[in-house]
Structure formats: structure tokens, C-alpha cells
Design a protein around this ligand. Sequence first.
Ligand code: 6GP
Length: 836
Amino acid sequence: EMSEIPKETLALWEKYGVGEADDKESFQKSFIRHVTTTLARSVYNIDNFSAYQATAHTVRDRLIKRWNDTQQAHTEVDPKRVYYLSLEFLLGRSLDNALLNLGLKENYGEGVKELGFRMEDILDEEVDAALGNGGLGRLAACYMDSLATLDYPAWGYGLRYTYGIFQQRLKDGFQVELPDYWLNFDNPWELPRLDVTIDVKFCGTVNRYTDETGKVRHVWVNEDKDTVQAVAYDVPIPGYGTKNCINIRLWSSKPKRKFNLKRFNEGQYEQAVQEQMEAENITAVLYPNDNHMVGKELRLKQQYFWVSASLSDIVRRFKKSSKPWDEFSYQVAIQLNDTHPTLAIVELQRILVDLEGIDWDEAWKIVTNTFAFTNHTILPEAMERWPVPMVQYLLPRHMQIIFDINLFFLQAVERAYPDDRELLAKLSIIEESTPQFVRMAHLAIVGSHRVNGVAALHSELLKKTIFKDFVRYYGDEKFDNKTNGITPRRWLHQANPKLSELITEALGSKNWLKNLELLKGLKSHVDKVDFRKRWVTAKHSNKVRLAEYIKKSTGIIVNPNALFDVQVKRIHEYKRQFMNILGVIHRYNALKKLTSQERADIVPRVVIFGGKAAPGYYIAKLVIKLINSVADVINNDNSIEDTLKVVFIPDYNVSVAEIIIPASDISQHISTAGTEASGTSNMKFVLNGGLILGTVDGANIEIHEEIGDDNIFMFGNLADQVDDLRHAHRYRNIPIDPSLQAVINDIESGHFGDSRIFAPLINTITHGKDYYLISDDFQSYLDAQKLVDEAYKDKEEWTKKSILCSANMGKFSSDRAIQEYAEQIWNIDPVPAKRS
Ligand code: 6GP
């Protein structure tokens, strides 16, 4: 089609096309142009926020150019593409990341300085894009960074929530939630595609008919009022050290029918706008639950809305190439980020069978060759199940198709295992309760050609526990492991510029940012006193930066020379922040018993917490309150002479993580063994030269394998002991660990305020069967903490450990993870954009 454009026209486009340069002067020209025209301001009327906006728009212009070049390369090659379907993309801020990935940081930094601004201040004006809860959403963001960096032809698909994860404030030590209205000001990191709209149907009925060939077909019809429009907003994701820039397409909902004029004329204004509000509601808010399912109808609507719009987009793109349908799965790979997008399996089958008239079996082959499914948790409360009547009402044709998929699947199982009725019940996609439920994980497994867990232990546990019966039926080739990874660009280069610079100098180039295994080269520097000194200096300045942030956000003053002990992540019983604060009380009571002279020998500690609790998660919210109550007492007790401080940093998010993680000496990843699928912050801490205190769980195990026994503190019962311990708690009277009992007594004595508040929390141990085995692990936890204290006294040895930690983290780059997905599951090749 490009050849049809006259030469002279092309020449004009060439001449005037966007080709803005990356030097300082071009930046300043763009900046001033945006201040003047985009923002309608002037040199007399510009603050840091406007400077941020002008800088962002200047960078955005360059991103769009790359984005176009990348899309053009994709169009020319028409390669197999991967589509990453994720209900969450926890991107955080974009400006600094874009500047670093595009290599503009230095020139633009100079440029703004001459215009009277500091780049740090400008960067600090950006609000986080917080369209995710925690690990799952941030993983999706790291994976997009790697897909772009490795030149893979990839798209992300998600929802453009008007409200991201709530903002957390503290009031009297309790969490309060504020809405995150992040689109209050213009968002330069999205391109509205108001012309890309897709109709999404809900409700209605299914009609059967016989087509001209005599085949029975189905058509799903509904009323206009039950159709919603999806509008595309594109978020460019630049790769590092490449021209490639890929796209996350986020859908926003709006009404199809503009306004009910008839109702309005009848004087019923409220009803007249109601349909519109209901349509807009669909993408209004991110559900704020991490690792937990809440069966709200609106959430199911979100899922179908997103899946339907995305598939229609994907199918449209495939059809442009006029390839036959049986080549679909050679052109398209779709990755399901957990079970949230599982309806995509049903939707593609519906498109192929109902709309394209393809036979069921042939369609099903295409579908299963297209999809692959990643599981992110084995917690039973996180497993998605939707009531059949709800699905039937919202998606009548999909419910029929699910029943058919299940019938054909179970018939095949029955042929392989005749008369094994128990097996059929266990494998069934439908749970035969009243009402019936659709088990989304079962549907995802049956409709995919590959299923993976996110760390070695997790993937093994999946095969041994919740997916055991599927392994029996399919064999275990369908199930594999893809250990998570993190992007070293954001999590070291951007978050820790001092250490990044030191590493680059020591290794002689920045190549490690694209090949993290090169960090191994740091090992030869461990014995150099000068190198160690500079390593410590970098860590120290990060600790000073965090101490300043703590003062600003909490008013608490901490000593940067103390050992910084960090646990930041969503608040959840399985992650055991409760055990951490119980350990803090134990430490405090021990400190109080010491003489002043004995205390002089103690390594002072700052114990830092951060994380949000789901608004409806009562016990998690009590944990936050307990941490703050304990902090109040300890921080105001002069008798322990600053040997211990406790801080809860409010509103933990991606940009706060970027300040906290590089400043950690030791971080805690202390989930009950077998409960944390992987963890990814553990990788970020160690990459930044922080040591880990952790349980034998998730990716801690693989980190341990890479960095060795000497550089990690592991403790606690193992995953294969958990069932027996839980059984013992349930049916036998297991005495509580004595050190733990002493701490509980202390809380109950009212030492940390009215203890009645904490009774339900303490009951989870004393009367709640201690499901997360805090009592069983407590002594081992305290012992490990003692080893940490001892080790930190030898600063030189500690620094060696710190260096060896970073040096051995090559495996945990998201580039490695994405390459494994690309080669072993998606079967896709890189398509570099042409340089222009
Ligand atoms: C999380 C897991 O809890 C965490 O261990 C893992 O590192 C992360 O996913 C990325 O794989 N799971 C979720 O956030 C979740 O909501 C449904 O799972």
C-alpha cells in the first residue's frame, strides 16, 4: 500500500516528518514550544509541575516516533506476535525510565538546568501509574520492559482504570483509603485512540438456526442498551538500547447509546443518564485485592469487556494479512496472566465457531494452540470461581460454550479412565454445587497448550497439589516453570544510580544492563579495599536518602548508620508481617533488660515496614495498627538509647520502592513455606546488594542457589512439613513457643495500648490454629536474626557478602525470563525496528 503514495508526497513527509534530535538544544526548543503551545504558559508562569509536563511531552514526541517505526517494522515483517493479557500493569512513573532507556538523561538534565530547573524536582512531580495491586501487576510491567528491550513483537492488553490502587494514609495508626484519581491532570504517557472503538455485548439471548449448508449455528443477540463501547488508549513502552518501542493498549468503557432523550423529555433526568453511568462504571476502578478473589458481578463484567475488546483487536489484525485460519496460532500467541482473562479462550472459540463458521474441533485446535496460562498463586482464596447463573445472565452464549468445552473434555477423560467418576468430578470445569460454579483455573488449563508456575518450588507444588489430577490426565509436559525476573533498568540503573555507575566503571561498560550475567565480573573486585569502600559509600548515600524520606513522610528520625531491616509488600497473613513485629517486641524487651554498657555492643536497628492491606481485610489492617502502636512505644522510649526504631512508611508504591530498596541492609521475605509463589522484591533487594532473611519459599530458594550459603539467612520449616504441622495444630494441643507466648503476654498486658483491639489478631495464633505457623517458626526466626546481628558487626565481611549478592543475580533479569517464554512457549522471534 505504501508504493501507491506519489513520490513527491513521500518526499514532503520525509522533509517535515518528526525527526527531532536528542541533543540539548533540540530538547530546549521542544520544551519551550510545549510550554508555550501545549500548556499555554510562559517563562513567567511555569512551576516544577509545568516543567515536568513540558519535559514529558518532549520525550513523548520521541517515543511516538519510535513507536511508529516499530509498528511499521511489524507490519512489513508480519511476524508471529505475542499478546500479554493482564488485568494489571503496575508501571509507576515513566519519565526517568524513558530518559534512561532512550539515553537522553544527560542532555536533558543539562537542558533543564539551563532553563532554571533541577531534573530531580521535575521527576518528582510525576504521579505513579498504579494500575495494579502488587507482584502480579509489577511483573507485567517488568515483562513489557524486557519485551521492548529484546525487540520482540509484543502487545500488552489491559484496562484503563479511572482509579488505580487506593492511596494509603494513616490515622491513629490505622489504614485509611483515599481514591487514586490519577488522571486529574493530563496524562502524557497515553495516546488516546478515540477512533479505535469496539462494541462489547452483554446479556441478551442465543438463537439457534440452520445455515445454508444445513449446519446448526448460534447467534447471540442483545439490546443496544446492553452494549458498551471500548475505547483504546495506547501506552508506549520503550526498550533500553534499542529503537523499539512497544505498546500496551488499555481499554476504557463508554456508553454506546449517547443519551436517553425520551426519558429526558419525560423529565426523568436520572434514569436518562443511568445507562451511561453504568457503562462508564466498568473501567472506573481497579479491584484492590491481592491474592484474593471477590466475586462481584462488576469484576466479571470488567473481565469480559477487556477480553472481548482485546480479541476483536487481535483477530482484526490477523485478518489484515489474509492468512487462512489454520495459521492463526502460527501468527498469534496469547499469554493469560493468571485466570483473570480466561474468558478469552471461550471468546475465541465463539468467534471461530459462531462468527467464522469453523467446525468445533478445528476451532478448538486453533484455540488451544494459541493460549498459554501462568498461575501466580496456590492460595485457595485466590482461585477464581464464577457462579453459573451470573455467567449465564451476562454471557449466555459463553455459558453454553463452556458447558460444551467441559462435556467434550470430560468425554475424553472418560475414554482414558473409564468409570473413574471421582476423577471426572475433580477435573470438571463445573463445580457441582448449588449454585454451580465455573472453575476458571480448570478452564484455563483445558484451553491452553502450556501452563506454568513462577518459581521452581511453586511449579512443583502446582503439579503435586492443585493441578495434580490434570498432570495425571495430560502428563507433565504441559506443565512447566518460568521463574520470574525483574528489569535491571528500573530496579538498579534507575533506582540506584550511584551503584549503577560504580558497576559500569568496574565492568568497563554498560553491557550488563542488557546481559545481567555480566555482573559476575564484580567477583574479582571483592577483595579490593577501595572498591568495597565505594560500594559502602553508595549504600550509605541511599540510606541517607531513605532517612530523609522517612523524616518527610513520618516525622521519625532514623540513623543511617544503623542496620536497615526492611519488609515492604502487600500486608497478608501468609507473608507474616505479624511475625516480624512480634520479633521486634521480643528484641525490644531484650534490649530493655541490658545495661547501658551492654547496649553499647548492640548493632542499632531500624525496622522498616510498608504495604497496603485490602480495604476489606480486617486482620491485615490490625497488623498495620499493631506495627504503629509498637512503633509509638519503642520510638519514644529513651531508655533503649536509639538501639531500635520502628517505622511504617505510608502509601508504599513503585516510586517509594525505588527509594527504599537500594537502602536496605537486610530485607525480610518470611512467608510460610509453600505460600509465596515466587516473590520479586526479594530479587530487587539482592540485586541492589541487600541481604535476605527468608524462609525456604518461592524464589528465595533459587536466589540461595545462586548466591550461596554465606550470603543469605534462611530459617523455618520446609514446605513439605506444613501439612503435618497444620494437622497437629488442628487436632492436638500444641503448646505455643515460649518466647512467642511472652511477647503475646506483653501485648495483652496493654503495653502497646488497649489490647482488646488486637484480640482478633492474637486469636489467629492462639485460637485460630495458627494456620501460618508463626509459633512453629518463631524460635528459628529469632535465631536467624541473631546471626544477622553478629554478621553485621563485621563490616568488611558484610560488604563482601553485599557485593557477591549483586554479582550472582544474573539469572533474575526479566530478560532471561522473557527469552524463555519467547523460545519455549510463544515461539516468536525479535523484529528490530529500522533505524531512521
Ligand atoms: C503474586 C505472587 O503472590 C508472588 O509470589 C509472585 O511473585 C507474583 O504474583 C508474580 O508472579 N500473585 C499475585 O499478585 C496474585 O494476585 C493471583 O495472584
